[in-house]
Design a protein around this ligand. Structure first.
Ligand SMILES: Nc1nc2c(ncn2[C@@H]2O[C@H](COP(=O)(O)OP(=O)(O)O)[C@@H](O)[C@H]2O)c(=O)[nH]1
Ligand SMILES: [Mg+2]
Length: 438
Protein backbone atom coordinates (compact mmCIF):
# COMPACT_ATOMS: atom_id res chain seq x y z
CA UNK A 1 0.00 0.00 0.00
CA UNK A 2 1.41 3.44 -0.87
CA UNK A 3 2.34 5.74 1.99
CA UNK A 4 -0.17 8.45 2.81
CA UNK A 5 0.33 11.43 0.56
CA UNK A 6 1.10 14.44 2.64
CA UNK A 7 1.49 17.93 1.36
CA UNK A 8 2.42 21.09 3.09
CA UNK A 9 -0.58 23.38 3.50
CA UNK A 10 -0.33 26.38 1.19
CA UNK A 11 -1.87 29.74 1.95
CA UNK A 12 -4.50 31.35 -0.21
CA UNK A 13 -7.17 34.02 -0.25
CA UNK A 14 -10.72 33.92 -1.54
CA UNK A 15 -12.23 36.77 -3.55
CA UNK A 16 -15.78 37.25 -4.75
CA UNK A 17 -18.17 39.74 -6.24
CA UNK A 18 -21.63 39.81 -4.69
CA UNK A 19 -24.09 40.74 -7.40
CA UNK A 20 -27.12 42.74 -6.30
CA UNK A 21 -29.42 39.82 -7.15
CA UNK A 22 -27.66 37.53 -4.66
CA UNK A 23 -28.87 37.41 -1.05
CA UNK A 24 -26.32 37.59 1.78
CA UNK A 25 -26.97 34.05 3.08
CA UNK A 26 -26.61 32.54 -0.36
CA UNK A 27 -23.42 34.49 -0.98
CA UNK A 28 -21.91 33.53 2.37
CA UNK A 29 -22.81 29.86 1.91
CA UNK A 30 -21.11 29.76 -1.47
CA UNK A 31 -17.98 31.43 -0.08
CA UNK A 32 -17.88 29.00 2.83
CA UNK A 33 -18.14 26.14 0.37
CA UNK A 34 -15.31 27.54 -1.76
CA UNK A 35 -13.11 27.75 1.34
CA UNK A 36 -13.90 24.08 2.07
CA UNK A 37 -13.08 23.13 -1.50
CA UNK A 38 -9.79 25.03 -1.28
CA UNK A 39 -9.02 23.16 1.91
CA UNK A 40 -9.65 19.89 0.13
CA UNK A 41 -6.92 20.89 -2.30
CA UNK A 42 -4.53 21.47 0.57
CA UNK A 43 -4.88 25.27 0.85
CA UNK A 44 -5.57 27.26 3.97
CA UNK A 45 -7.65 30.34 3.22
CA UNK A 46 -6.31 33.14 5.38
CA UNK A 47 -8.39 36.05 4.09
CA UNK A 48 -11.58 36.71 2.14
CA UNK A 49 -12.12 39.74 -0.08
CA UNK A 50 -15.67 40.61 -1.12
CA UNK A 51 -17.14 43.37 -3.16
CA UNK A 52 -20.71 44.35 -4.03
CA UNK A 53 -21.17 45.24 -7.67
CA UNK A 54 -23.94 45.45 -10.24
CA UNK A 55 -21.83 43.36 -12.63
CA UNK A 56 -18.42 41.66 -12.83
CA UNK A 57 -15.61 43.89 -14.03
CA UNK A 58 -15.17 43.01 -17.70
CA UNK A 59 -11.39 43.24 -17.59
CA UNK A 60 -10.52 41.52 -14.33
CA UNK A 61 -13.70 40.38 -12.51
CA UNK A 62 -13.07 42.61 -9.46
CA UNK A 63 -12.99 46.40 -9.44
CA UNK A 64 -9.66 48.15 -9.54
CA UNK A 65 -9.64 49.14 -5.84
CA UNK A 66 -10.24 45.58 -4.69
CA UNK A 67 -7.56 44.31 -7.05
CA UNK A 68 -5.04 46.68 -5.50
CA UNK A 69 -6.08 45.65 -2.01
CA UNK A 70 -5.43 42.00 -2.87
CA UNK A 71 -2.14 42.81 -4.61
CA UNK A 72 -0.91 44.62 -1.48
CA UNK A 73 -2.01 41.76 0.74
CA UNK A 74 -0.25 39.20 -1.44
CA UNK A 75 2.89 41.33 -1.60
CA UNK A 76 2.94 41.84 2.18
CA UNK A 77 2.55 38.10 2.78
CA UNK A 78 5.77 37.31 0.93
CA UNK A 79 8.12 37.47 3.88
CA UNK A 80 5.53 37.16 6.63
CA UNK A 81 5.08 34.59 9.33
CA UNK A 82 2.10 32.53 8.11
CA UNK A 83 3.79 32.38 4.70
CA UNK A 84 3.31 33.70 1.20
CA UNK A 85 -0.09 33.69 -0.47
CA UNK A 86 0.16 31.27 -3.36
CA UNK A 87 -3.30 31.49 -4.89
CA UNK A 88 -6.42 33.60 -5.19
CA UNK A 89 -9.66 31.60 -5.42
CA UNK A 90 -12.48 33.31 -7.22
CA UNK A 91 -16.05 32.22 -6.48
CA UNK A 92 -17.34 32.36 -10.08
CA UNK A 93 -16.34 30.95 -13.40
CA UNK A 94 -14.42 33.80 -15.02
CA UNK A 95 -13.23 34.29 -18.58
CA UNK A 96 -9.68 33.45 -19.59
CA UNK A 97 -8.91 37.14 -20.11
CA UNK A 98 -10.27 38.09 -16.71
CA UNK A 99 -8.19 35.35 -15.11
CA UNK A 100 -5.00 36.42 -16.86
CA UNK A 101 -5.49 40.10 -16.08
CA UNK A 102 -6.24 39.37 -12.46
CA UNK A 103 -3.25 37.08 -12.20
CA UNK A 104 -0.93 39.73 -13.62
CA UNK A 105 -2.26 42.29 -11.23
CA UNK A 106 -2.35 40.41 -7.93
CA UNK A 107 0.92 38.62 -8.55
CA UNK A 108 -0.08 35.03 -7.92
CA UNK A 109 -2.05 32.18 -9.41
CA UNK A 110 -5.80 32.71 -9.84
CA UNK A 111 -8.15 29.72 -9.80
CA UNK A 112 -11.83 30.04 -10.47
CA UNK A 113 -14.56 27.91 -8.91
CA UNK A 114 -14.84 25.55 -11.88
CA UNK A 115 -11.11 24.91 -11.98
CA UNK A 116 -11.02 24.15 -8.26
CA UNK A 117 -13.83 21.63 -8.59
CA UNK A 118 -12.27 20.03 -11.68
CA UNK A 119 -9.06 19.60 -9.74
CA UNK A 120 -10.90 17.86 -6.89
CA UNK A 121 -12.72 15.53 -9.27
CA UNK A 122 -9.47 14.78 -11.03
CA UNK A 123 -7.94 13.70 -7.73
CA UNK A 124 -10.94 11.59 -6.84
CA UNK A 125 -11.59 9.81 -10.12
CA UNK A 126 -10.18 6.32 -9.99
CA UNK A 127 -12.24 4.20 -12.38
CA UNK A 128 -11.56 4.45 -16.11
CA UNK A 129 -15.03 5.82 -16.77
CA UNK A 130 -14.65 8.50 -14.11
CA UNK A 131 -11.24 9.53 -15.40
CA UNK A 132 -12.57 9.83 -18.94
CA UNK A 133 -15.55 11.92 -17.81
CA UNK A 134 -13.36 14.26 -15.81
CA UNK A 135 -10.98 14.63 -18.73
CA UNK A 136 -13.88 15.59 -21.00
CA UNK A 137 -14.92 18.28 -18.53
CA UNK A 138 -11.33 19.53 -18.25
CA UNK A 139 -10.92 19.73 -22.00
CA UNK A 140 -14.22 21.56 -22.29
CA UNK A 141 -12.96 24.05 -19.75
CA UNK A 142 -9.58 24.41 -21.46
CA UNK A 143 -10.78 24.87 -25.04
CA UNK A 144 -11.86 28.51 -24.77
CA UNK A 145 -8.75 29.27 -22.70
CA UNK A 146 -6.16 28.11 -25.21
CA UNK A 147 -5.41 31.51 -26.63
CA UNK A 148 -4.65 32.93 -23.20
CA UNK A 149 -2.44 29.97 -22.44
CA UNK A 150 -0.54 30.54 -25.67
CA UNK A 151 0.09 34.13 -24.61
CA UNK A 152 1.34 32.93 -21.25
CA UNK A 153 3.54 30.31 -22.85
CA UNK A 154 6.54 32.64 -22.85
CA UNK A 155 8.44 34.66 -25.47
CA UNK A 156 7.77 32.18 -28.25
CA UNK A 157 4.06 32.21 -27.74
CA UNK A 158 4.04 35.96 -27.44
CA UNK A 159 6.17 36.42 -30.50
CA UNK A 160 3.92 34.27 -32.57
CA UNK A 161 0.83 36.31 -31.91
CA UNK A 162 2.89 39.52 -32.13
CA UNK A 163 4.73 39.06 -35.38
CA UNK A 164 2.30 36.83 -37.20
CA UNK A 165 -0.51 39.16 -36.20
CA UNK A 166 -3.98 37.89 -35.53
CA UNK A 167 -4.06 35.33 -38.31
CA UNK A 168 -1.14 33.18 -37.23
CA UNK A 169 -2.10 33.10 -33.55
CA UNK A 170 -5.64 32.28 -34.48
CA UNK A 171 -4.86 29.33 -36.72
CA UNK A 172 -2.59 27.85 -34.11
CA UNK A 173 -5.38 28.07 -31.55
CA UNK A 174 -7.88 26.68 -34.04
CA UNK A 175 -5.66 23.67 -34.57
CA UNK A 176 -5.46 23.04 -30.82
CA UNK A 177 -9.20 23.44 -30.55
CA UNK A 178 -9.72 20.81 -33.19
CA UNK A 179 -7.36 18.47 -31.36
CA UNK A 180 -9.42 18.99 -28.23
CA UNK A 181 -12.66 18.28 -30.06
CA UNK A 182 -11.17 15.08 -31.47
CA UNK A 183 -9.96 13.98 -28.07
CA UNK A 184 -13.38 14.63 -26.52
CA UNK A 185 -15.03 12.57 -29.26
CA UNK A 186 -12.54 9.78 -28.65
CA UNK A 187 -13.20 9.81 -24.90
CA UNK A 188 -16.93 9.77 -25.49
CA UNK A 189 -16.52 6.70 -27.66
CA UNK A 190 -14.45 5.06 -24.96
CA UNK A 191 -17.17 5.74 -22.41
CA UNK A 192 -19.81 4.31 -24.73
CA UNK A 193 -17.68 1.19 -25.15
CA UNK A 194 -17.33 0.92 -21.39
CA UNK A 195 -21.10 0.60 -21.12
CA UNK A 196 -20.66 -2.78 -22.76
CA UNK A 197 -18.40 -3.73 -19.89
CA UNK A 198 -21.02 -2.76 -17.35
CA UNK A 199 -22.05 -6.38 -16.98
CA UNK A 200 -18.60 -7.43 -15.80
CA UNK A 201 -18.41 -4.38 -13.63
CA UNK A 202 -21.64 -5.32 -11.98
CA UNK A 203 -20.46 -8.79 -11.13
CA UNK A 204 -17.24 -7.36 -9.75
CA UNK A 205 -19.38 -5.06 -7.64
CA UNK A 206 -21.39 -7.92 -6.29
CA UNK A 207 -18.17 -9.63 -5.35
CA UNK A 208 -16.99 -6.54 -3.54
CA UNK A 209 -20.31 -6.14 -1.84
CA UNK A 210 -19.60 -9.48 -0.26
CA UNK A 211 -16.69 -7.74 1.44
CA UNK A 212 -17.18 -5.51 4.43
CA UNK A 213 -16.67 -2.17 2.70
CA UNK A 214 -18.15 1.17 3.67
CA UNK A 215 -18.22 4.41 1.68
CA UNK A 216 -18.84 7.81 3.24
CA UNK A 217 -21.07 9.93 1.01
CA UNK A 218 -22.61 13.37 1.40
CA UNK A 219 -22.05 17.06 0.88
CA UNK A 220 -18.70 18.77 1.12
CA UNK A 221 -18.09 19.92 4.70
CA UNK A 222 -20.57 17.46 6.26
CA UNK A 223 -17.65 15.85 8.09
CA UNK A 224 -16.90 12.80 5.92
CA UNK A 225 -13.12 13.06 6.11
CA UNK A 226 -13.23 13.85 9.82
CA UNK A 227 -15.36 10.76 10.43
CA UNK A 228 -13.14 8.67 8.18
CA UNK A 229 -10.15 9.64 10.30
CA UNK A 230 -11.98 9.16 13.58
CA UNK A 231 -13.33 5.75 12.55
CA UNK A 232 -9.99 4.51 11.30
CA UNK A 233 -7.79 5.96 14.03
CA UNK A 234 -5.89 8.19 11.64
CA UNK A 235 -7.09 11.46 13.18
CA UNK A 236 -3.77 11.84 14.94
CA UNK A 237 -2.29 12.82 11.59
CA UNK A 238 -4.35 15.95 11.07
CA UNK A 239 -3.74 17.26 14.55
CA UNK A 240 -0.49 18.47 13.07
CA UNK A 241 -1.59 21.82 11.73
CA UNK A 242 1.10 21.96 9.07
CA UNK A 243 -0.06 18.96 7.19
CA UNK A 244 -3.31 17.74 5.77
CA UNK A 245 -3.55 14.27 4.44
CA UNK A 246 -5.00 14.30 0.97
CA UNK A 247 -4.86 10.59 0.64
CA UNK A 248 -8.31 9.08 0.35
CA UNK A 249 -7.36 5.46 -0.04
CA UNK A 250 -9.22 2.85 1.86
CA UNK A 251 -8.51 2.34 5.55
CA UNK A 252 -9.62 -0.31 8.02
CA UNK A 253 -11.87 0.47 10.97
CA UNK A 254 -9.93 0.99 14.16
CA UNK A 255 -10.20 -0.59 16.69
CA UNK A 256 -10.15 -3.57 14.35
CA UNK A 257 -13.33 -5.59 14.08
CA UNK A 258 -14.54 -9.00 12.96
CA UNK A 259 -15.19 -8.92 10.13
CA UNK A 260 -12.52 -6.46 9.13
CA UNK A 261 -14.35 -3.40 7.79
CA UNK A 262 -12.79 -1.13 5.15
CA UNK A 263 -13.82 2.52 4.96
CA UNK A 264 -13.39 4.90 2.02
CA UNK A 265 -14.12 8.57 1.53
CA UNK A 266 -15.87 9.76 -1.66
CA UNK A 267 -15.96 12.98 -3.62
CA UNK A 268 -18.34 15.36 -1.84
CA UNK A 269 -21.55 16.79 -3.24
CA UNK A 270 -21.27 20.50 -4.04
CA UNK A 271 -24.11 22.97 -3.45
CA UNK A 272 -23.07 25.25 -6.24
CA UNK A 273 -21.95 22.78 -8.90
CA UNK A 274 -21.33 24.25 -12.37
CA UNK A 275 -23.62 22.56 -14.85
CA UNK A 276 -20.78 21.35 -17.06
CA UNK A 277 -19.40 19.24 -14.21
CA UNK A 278 -22.50 17.22 -13.36
CA UNK A 279 -21.58 14.21 -15.52
CA UNK A 280 -18.04 13.97 -14.17
CA UNK A 281 -19.29 14.32 -10.60
CA UNK A 282 -21.72 11.42 -11.03
CA UNK A 283 -19.15 9.29 -12.72
CA UNK A 284 -16.67 9.86 -9.90
CA UNK A 285 -19.32 9.17 -7.27
CA UNK A 286 -20.23 5.89 -8.98
CA UNK A 287 -17.30 4.33 -7.21
CA UNK A 288 -19.47 4.43 -4.09
CA UNK A 289 -21.50 1.67 -5.70
CA UNK A 290 -18.73 -0.74 -4.84
CA UNK A 291 -19.46 -0.43 -1.13
CA UNK A 292 -21.65 -2.85 0.78
CA UNK A 293 -22.84 -0.05 3.05
CA UNK A 294 -23.12 3.68 2.54
CA UNK A 295 -22.74 6.02 5.47
CA UNK A 296 -24.65 9.08 4.32
CA UNK A 297 -23.22 11.96 6.33
CA UNK A 298 -25.45 15.01 6.74
CA UNK A 299 -24.53 18.29 8.43
CA UNK A 300 -27.45 18.67 10.85
CA UNK A 301 -26.37 22.22 11.65
CA UNK A 302 -26.74 23.36 8.02
CA UNK A 303 -30.11 25.09 7.54
CA UNK A 304 -30.35 23.53 4.06
CA UNK A 305 -29.71 19.93 5.17
CA UNK A 306 -33.13 18.57 4.19
CA UNK A 307 -32.72 19.65 0.60
CA UNK A 308 -29.18 18.27 0.56
CA UNK A 309 -30.44 14.96 1.86
CA UNK A 310 -33.08 14.79 -0.87
CA UNK A 311 -30.54 15.67 -3.59
CA UNK A 312 -28.09 13.03 -2.33
CA UNK A 313 -30.82 10.36 -2.35
CA UNK A 314 -31.91 11.36 -5.84
CA UNK A 315 -28.38 11.32 -7.28
CA UNK A 316 -27.55 8.00 -5.63
CA UNK A 317 -30.68 6.58 -7.25
CA UNK A 318 -29.64 8.01 -10.63
CA UNK A 319 -26.31 6.24 -10.53
CA UNK A 320 -27.98 2.97 -9.54
CA UNK A 321 -27.08 2.94 -5.84
CA UNK A 322 -30.65 2.98 -4.56
CA UNK A 323 -30.37 -0.60 -3.33
CA UNK A 324 -27.07 -0.25 -1.51
CA UNK A 325 -27.94 -0.31 2.21
CA UNK A 326 -27.53 3.08 3.79
CA UNK A 327 -27.14 4.46 7.27
CA UNK A 328 -28.02 8.14 7.72
CA UNK A 329 -25.55 9.92 9.94
CA UNK A 330 -26.62 13.37 11.13
CA UNK A 331 -23.34 14.94 12.14
CA UNK A 332 -22.37 18.22 13.87
CA UNK A 333 -25.20 18.06 16.39
CA UNK A 334 -22.85 19.93 18.76
CA UNK A 335 -23.12 22.87 16.38
CA UNK A 336 -26.93 23.15 16.69
CA UNK A 337 -27.63 25.80 19.32
CA UNK A 338 -27.51 25.07 23.06
CA UNK A 339 -28.06 21.72 24.80
CA UNK A 340 -31.85 22.13 24.73
CA UNK A 341 -31.91 22.90 21.03
CA UNK A 342 -29.59 19.97 20.34
CA UNK A 343 -31.82 17.54 22.23
CA UNK A 344 -34.92 18.80 20.41
CA UNK A 345 -33.19 18.55 17.04
CA UNK A 346 -31.94 15.03 17.76
CA UNK A 347 -35.41 13.88 18.85
CA UNK A 348 -37.02 15.34 15.74
CA UNK A 349 -34.45 13.67 13.48
CA UNK A 350 -34.87 10.30 15.16
CA UNK A 351 -38.65 10.54 14.79
CA UNK A 352 -38.43 11.44 11.13
CA UNK A 353 -35.61 9.09 10.15
CA UNK A 354 -35.87 5.87 12.13
CA UNK A 355 -32.55 4.03 12.43
CA UNK A 356 -30.53 7.18 11.82
CA UNK A 357 -27.55 8.16 13.92
CA UNK A 358 -27.38 11.65 15.41
CA UNK A 359 -23.90 12.56 16.52
CA UNK A 360 -20.90 14.83 16.67
CA UNK A 361 -17.58 13.78 15.20
CA UNK A 362 -16.03 15.80 18.02
CA UNK A 363 -17.46 13.50 20.69
CA UNK A 364 -15.49 10.38 21.28
CA UNK A 365 -18.50 8.40 22.55
CA UNK A 366 -20.54 9.28 19.47
CA UNK A 367 -17.77 8.09 17.18
CA UNK A 368 -17.63 4.85 19.17
CA UNK A 369 -21.40 4.40 18.62
CA UNK A 370 -21.02 4.91 14.88
CA UNK A 371 -18.16 2.42 14.88
CA UNK A 372 -20.40 -0.05 16.70
CA UNK A 373 -23.36 0.49 14.37
CA UNK A 374 -21.13 -0.03 11.33
CA UNK A 375 -19.69 -3.25 12.68
CA UNK A 376 -23.16 -4.42 13.73
CA UNK A 377 -24.35 -4.08 10.14
CA UNK A 378 -21.74 -6.57 8.95
CA UNK A 379 -22.15 -8.88 11.90
CA UNK A 380 -25.72 -9.63 10.86
CA UNK A 381 -24.19 -11.87 8.22
CA UNK A 382 -21.74 -13.68 10.45
CA UNK A 383 -22.08 -17.38 11.15
CA UNK A 384 -21.06 -19.35 14.19
CA UNK A 385 -19.36 -22.72 14.07
CA UNK A 386 -17.24 -25.05 16.11
CA UNK A 387 -13.86 -25.88 14.63
CA UNK A 388 -11.80 -28.82 15.79
CA UNK A 389 -8.11 -28.07 15.76
CA UNK A 390 -6.02 -31.24 16.22
CA UNK A 391 -2.75 -30.76 18.06
CA UNK A 392 -1.07 -31.70 14.77
CA UNK A 393 -2.60 -28.69 13.00
CA UNK A 394 -1.58 -25.87 15.33
CA UNK A 395 -0.21 -23.92 12.39
CA UNK A 396 -3.79 -22.86 11.64
CA UNK A 397 -4.37 -21.50 15.10
CA UNK A 398 -2.99 -18.05 14.37
CA UNK A 399 -5.05 -17.79 11.23
CA UNK A 400 -8.26 -18.71 13.03
CA UNK A 401 -7.64 -16.10 15.70
CA UNK A 402 -6.79 -13.47 13.12
CA UNK A 403 -9.80 -14.02 10.90
CA UNK A 404 -12.54 -15.03 13.34
CA UNK A 405 -13.75 -14.10 16.73
CA UNK A 406 -13.12 -16.98 19.10
CA UNK A 407 -16.01 -17.15 21.55
CA UNK A 408 -15.04 -20.24 23.46
CA UNK A 409 -12.29 -22.79 23.62
CA UNK A 410 -12.01 -26.22 25.24
CA UNK A 411 -9.48 -28.98 24.77
CA UNK A 412 -9.14 -32.75 25.03
CA UNK A 413 -6.24 -35.09 24.34
CA UNK A 414 -6.85 -34.95 20.53
CA UNK A 415 -6.84 -31.19 20.17
CA UNK A 416 -8.81 -27.97 20.75
CA UNK A 417 -12.46 -27.17 20.04
CA UNK A 418 -12.91 -23.53 19.10
CA UNK A 419 -16.33 -21.88 18.95
CA UNK A 420 -15.89 -19.15 16.39
CA UNK A 421 -17.87 -16.41 14.73
CA UNK A 422 -16.87 -15.07 11.33
CA UNK A 423 -17.82 -14.47 7.74
CA UNK A 424 -19.46 -17.47 6.12
CA UNK A 425 -16.78 -17.91 3.46
CA UNK A 426 -13.95 -17.50 5.95
CA UNK A 427 -15.37 -20.04 8.37
CA UNK A 428 -16.11 -22.47 5.54
CA UNK A 429 -12.58 -22.05 4.20
CA UNK A 430 -11.02 -22.78 7.59
CA UNK A 431 -13.33 -25.72 8.24
CA UNK A 432 -12.34 -27.24 4.90
CA UNK A 433 -8.72 -27.39 6.07
CA UNK A 434 -9.66 -29.18 9.30
CA UNK A 435 -11.15 -32.51 10.26
CA UNK A 436 -14.84 -32.35 11.25
CA UNK A 437 -15.50 -31.29 14.83
CA UNK A 438 -17.68 -34.26 15.68
N1 LIG B 1 -18.67 21.39 15.15
C1 LIG B 1 -18.38 20.31 14.42
N2 LIG B 1 -17.54 20.43 13.38
C2 LIG B 1 -17.26 19.31 12.66
C3 LIG B 1 -17.83 18.05 12.97
N3 LIG B 1 -17.38 17.15 12.05
C4 LIG B 1 -16.55 17.84 11.24
N4 LIG B 1 -16.47 19.12 11.59
C5 LIG B 1 -15.70 20.19 10.93
O1 LIG B 1 -16.31 20.48 9.69
C6 LIG B 1 -15.33 20.81 8.70
C7 LIG B 1 -15.48 19.91 7.49
O2 LIG B 1 -15.16 18.60 7.83
P1 LIG B 1 -14.61 17.57 6.75
O3 LIG B 1 -14.43 16.28 7.45
O4 LIG B 1 -13.46 18.14 6.01
O5 LIG B 1 -15.87 17.48 5.76
P2 LIG B 1 -15.99 16.74 4.35
O6 LIG B 1 -15.93 17.79 3.31
O7 LIG B 1 -17.33 16.08 4.39
O8 LIG B 1 -14.88 15.74 4.25
C8 LIG B 1 -13.99 20.67 9.39
O9 LIG B 1 -13.59 21.94 9.79
C9 LIG B 1 -14.28 19.79 10.57
O10 LIG B 1 -13.41 20.03 11.65
C10 LIG B 1 -18.73 17.98 14.08
O11 LIG B 1 -19.30 16.94 14.43
N5 LIG B 1 -18.95 19.13 14.76
MG1 LIG C 1 -13.51 15.55 2.73
Amino acid sequence: MPAAVQEKIRHAVVAAVQLSSVADVEFEASLAELRDLAKTLGFKVVQTFVQKRAAFDAAAYLGVGKREEIRDFVAASAGSDPGAIEAVFVDHEISPTQARNLENEVGCEVMDRTMVILDIFHRNARSRAARAQVEIARLGYMAPRLRELAKLAGPQGRQRSGTGGRGAGESHTELDKRKIRDRIAELQQEIAAMDVERQTQRSRRQERQGLATVALVGYTNAGKSTLMRALTGSDVLVEDKLFATLDTTVRALYPASVPRVLVSDTVGFIKNLPHGLVASFKSTLEEALDAALLLHVIDASDPGFERQLAVTDAVLAEIGAQDVPRLRVFNKIDHVGDAVAQAACAAALRAQYPDCIVMSARRHDDVALLHQATVAFFRQDLVEAELFLPWSAQKLRGEIFARCEVIDERADEEGAFLSVRGERATVAGLAAQLPQAD
